[in-house]
Design a protein around this ligand. Structure first.
Ligand code: TYD
Length: 223
């Protein structure tokens, strides 16, 4: 089936940064953007998922417990997978693809690897059939050129989340995060057609930033 967005027509670079909660994706997206703005010639745009569009805004309300099912439970994993996929298609059409078509670099804090990881782990039935179903929901989503996974041990992620002092979101329990960390280490196997690079993300922000930049340059050859 032809993709909704034809990659051959986009001239930009689409990069995704992934990892468990507390891995540092938001920080490293911002750092990489600064480096690319200084060192390169292409326009750079940072973005995130859930996006700031209408579906993404709804999803954030679910993650913080502002929207619940009657009785107070959070929606189940399959509902969440559909919501995240709807947000993603809207994000690609409204924001990512138009920017890429100008030749820009889009850096996204999370994309469909998060759906494969979080929705399969939270389903409690992370077998291939579940992962395949989630993959099928995202089949028309534009493929990133490069996905960088920030690899941190779950206890490091937990300590960083605690230091932030914010109320825990839907997936921020330690058992879930441990399973997510294992899933992310193995991400390349779940996304065999994508370029996935795992970066060790323990240590100073500056060291991790340098490793992320190396991963970017290793793939694209220039800023
Ligand atoms: P996060 O990226 O940590 O942003 P913030 O700290 O600014 O709220 O929160 C997004 C959460 O949503 C995170 O726990 C991962 C989860 N998520 C999914 O479960 N599936 C997805 O497809 C995406 C994009 C995110």
């Amino acid at each position: 089936m032809a993709p909704v967005v034809d990659k051959a027509k986009t001239r930009g670079r689409f990069v995704v940064i992934e990892g468990i909660d507390g891995a540092g994706t938001t920080t490293q997206v911002a750092r990489l953007a600064e480096r690319l703005k200084k060192g390169g010639t292409r326009p750079v745009r940072t973005t995130r998922e859930p996006s700031d569009g209408p579906v993404g805004t709804l999803v954030r309300q679910v993650l913080t417990g502002r929207i619940v099912l009657p009785g107070g439970r959070a929606p189940g994993w399959a509902t969440m997978a559909l919501l995240f996929a709807a947000d993603r298609m809207d994000h690609v059409e409204s924001d990512i693809e138009p920017f890429l078509s100008t030749g820009g670099v889009v850096l996204s804090d999370r994309y469909d690897a998060s759906s494969l990881a979080y929705q399969s782990v939270s389903s409690g039935r992370g077998g291939e059939a579940t992962i395949d179903w989630i993959r099928s929901l995202n089949r028309l989503a534009l493929r990133p050129d490069l996905t960088v996974v920030l690899d941190v041990p779950p206890d490091v992620g937990a300590a960083r989340r605690e230091a932030r002092g914010e109320a825990a979101q839907l997936y921020e329990q330690n058992e879930v995060q441990r399973a997510l960390a294992a899933f992310y280490k193995d991400l390349a196997r779940h996304m065999p057609d994508d370029r996935v690079v795992i970066v060790e993300a323990v240590g100073s922000v500056e060291h991790v930033e340098a490793r992320v930049m190396d991963a970017y340059l290793g793939h694209f050859g220039s800023p």
